[in-house]
Design a protein around this ligand. Sequence first.
Ligand SMILES: [Mn+2]
Length: 292
Amino acid sequence: MTFEDLIPIRPGFGGFDFPYEKSQVVFLGAPVDTTSSYRPGYRFAPAKIREASANLETYVMSAGVDVFEKINITDIGDIMVTPADLAITGARINNTVKKILADGKIPAIMGGEHTISYFAIKPFDDVIVIHLDAHRDLRDDYLGDKLCHATVMRRVLDHLPANRLIQLGVRSCSKDEAEFAKKAGILAYSVEEIIEEPTVIVSHVKEIAKKSKVYLSIDLDVLDPAFAPGVSTPEPGGLSTIDLLRILRELGKLDISGFDVVELVPPHDDGTTSFVAARIIYELLAALGPKK
Ligand SMILES: [Mn+2]
């Protein structure tokens, strides 16, 4: 096994170092910190998520399982980032995810800014993307950029039909994005809709996605800033951590073929958000199917 475009990190997520060949889930960091329009600092995020992960219990009470007994996990390190060239960095993410998928494993990507999801999703032929985010990220361009954190899902739709994208927790977008989403028929649920009828909405999403491979893209700003202050663009009126964990415990039962957790900005975090990120990941891993 060689991943030429990576800087190896030891110990990895959870402090464990399981051999790549025998792992079902492969963690990698993508500390891309290039297109922030407000608060940069994403480059420190994978290290902070790893640090938090090593200081949380790996036994998940809600599932009654120890994640590391249930699933073999490895962490292959961080993608090398060329700060001034998003295309080169993106190609490294793309190639690495491609290899992980070709080896029959689940890529688990720790961002980095949300832009990384474009490169991580591209290798999937046919997938439903469930996008948890305060923002719709559907602008066609932002501040003159075609590919950045504010346009990432629009770029994903360059390769994927609009009915393969489901947006959860959205509560902020431009008029153009709202009109585009309506015209394209993108299924989306706001925070208020989710809080009012969580079971109905999650069941509906599971029903739509149950026969497909699923990629989960989790922008931490889907949470209310009270629960996750250390993000690039906080948006008031979000989900609580428990709301999100309940959703992920259900969505984790789908055929999760890849996921990312993005937009953590450690310089603006009091330490809370990195622990939330690690907890979300543990709960999601606990919900995934057993060892194959
Ligand atoms: Mn967002």
